[in-house]
Each structure stands twice: as C-alpha cells, then as structure tokens.
Design a protein around this ligand. Sequence first.
Ligand SMILES: [Zn+2]
Length: 127
Amino acid sequence: MSTPQPTPSLQGSCHCGAVRLTIPFVPDKATSCNCSLCRRVAGLWAYFEIGTVIVEGDPEHTADYVWGDKTLRTIRCKACGVVTHWLPLVPEPGARHGVNLRNFEPSLLASVQVRRFDGADTWTFLD
Ligand SMILES: [Zn+2]
C-alpha cells in the first residue's frame, strides 16, 4: 500500500523568506527556458493571471531587473538574491505573469510537467 501524499503547500518563498508567494492552484505545467536570463537564474516558470498570486514582501524586499525588449521585470529578493517571479512592465487586464516554482516545496514540483522552451533561439517548445 502506498502512503497518501500530503497536499503540497501552495506557499513558497525566497531563500531567506522575505518574499513569499501563494499560488491559487498547483499548475499542470511549468516552463524551463534556456534564454540568456532564464538559464542563469534557473527559473522554472508557471503562469498565473495577474492578481491571483498573493505576493508578500514586494516591493519592500525586492529589486527588479529589466532587459532585452523591456516588456517585463524580473523580480528578486534584495537580501538573498533569489528570483521569485516576473511581471509585465505594463500589466494588461487578464495578462498572466510568471512565478518561479523553484521557490516551492519539491513535492509540489513533483506533480508538474516541465516543458523545455527554446527562448534562446527558436522560441518554441523542444518537446
Ligand atoms: Zn530572500
């Protein structure tokens, strides 16, 4: 008999805990992107409608990074440096934003299908 698995917490945080995120549900899929930024921060992105993720500690404990075509800001903890999420620079109604699932329990990640995205070159999924 297998042991029932406890439901993973929907709350994650940066390493030091200053920035905390609560997602509305466990996503089916996450994106691992190889673009010049994502491969460095090791982001594993799930996307949620803006406003559905509870973010605590932002902006008082965060810093932003904007690059490339300057459409979004990548947000990290000022204290521990961990990238927690990104937001569009101009959030439009209904738009989604990315949350870095690496800040959540490994048991949550275990149920998520990771898709590899070629953001460096072809801008398509590799699977
Ligand atoms: Zn931190």
